[in-house]
Design a protein around this ligand. Structure first.
Ligand SMILES: Cc1cc2nc3c(=O)[nH]c(=O)nc-3n(C[C@H](O)[C@H](O)[C@H](O)COP(=O)(O)O)c2cc1C
Length: 177
C-alpha cells in the first residue's frame, strides 16, 4: 500500500487547513496516511549565523525531511498570512532546503489552501505552486477552498460543487502515487 504524509502549513491548534487536509486524506481509498502536525517539529528561527553556530540544521528539520523522503506523496494545505506562507511553514521550509535543495524529492503533491475569506488562500497557493517545482515537487493538483466557515461543516465540505472538485483532485493524486 502507498504511504503519504498529510499536514497543514500552520501551527494553530484549531487550524482550518488541518481540518481540510484531514478531510482530503479521508477521501483516499487505498493509501495509508500519516497526519503530521508542525507543532511536533519545533524549530528555532532560521538564520545563517545560528546555522554556523550549531554547525548544521536542527534534528526536527532532518526528521521532517526524512518523512518526506520516505513517503510516496504529500497532501499539504497552506494557511495564508499576509498573502504568503505562515512563519512556521516558511521556517521549516528554509531549514529543510539547507539540508536538501530538492526538498520534495520528486514526490507527488496535492497542494491546497483555505481561509475564512472569499479568496481561499489563493495568494499563498500561487506562491507555492510557482516555487515548489524548483524544489522538485511534482504538483498533481491544486485546490482552494474559499469561505471556510460557509463551505466546511462537521468535518467535511458542504458545497457539493467544491466537494466534487476536491474529490476529483484527490483521485488524480492517488492515481499518480
Ligand atoms: C497574521 C495573519 C495574517 C493573515 N493574513 C491573511 C491573508 O493574507 N489572507 C487570508 O485569506 N487570510 C489571512 N489571515 C486569516 C487566516 O486565513 C486565518 O487565520 C486562518 O484560520 C489561518 O489558517 P489556519 O487556521 O489553518 O492557521 C491572516 C491571519 C493572521 C493571524
Amino acid at each position: 500500500m502507498k504511504k503519504v504524509i498529510a499536514f497543514a502549513g500552520s501551527n494553530s491548534q484549531n487550524s482550518i487547513n488541518k481540518q481540510l487536509v484531514t478531510y482530503a486524506s479521508s477521501l483516499l481509498e487505498n493509501t495509508e496516511v500519516n497526519l503530521l502536525d508542525l507543532n511536533n517539529f519545533e524549530l528555532p528561527v532560521f538564520g545563517v549565523d545560528l546555522e554556523a553556530e550549531i554547525k548544521g540544521q536542527p534534528d526536527n528539520a532532518h526528521k521532517f525531511l526524512n518523512l518526506i523522503r520516505e513517503s510516496d506523496g504529500i497532501l499539504l494545505s497552506l494557511a495564508e498570512h499576509n498573502g504568503a506562507y505562515t512563519a512556521v511553514f516558511k521556517n521549516l521550509f528554509d531549514w529543510m532546503s539547507r539540508i536538501e535543495g530538492k526538498t520534495f524529492f520528486g514526490k507527488s503533491m496535492l497542494l491546497m489552501a483555505t481561509s475564512p475569506g472569499g479568496r481561499g488562500g489563493q495568494s499563498v497557493l500561487e506562491i507555492a505552486k510557482n516555487r515548489f517545482p524548483y524544489h522538485d515537487a511534482n504538483i498533481i493538483e491544486t485546490f482552494s477552498l474559499p469561505s471556510f466557515g460557509d463551505n466546511f461543516k462537521d468535518g467535511k465540505i458542504v458545497n457539493s460543487e467544491l466537494n466534487e472538485k476536491l474529490s476529483k483532485a484527490v483521485n488524480q493524486f492517488e492515481n499518480q502515487l
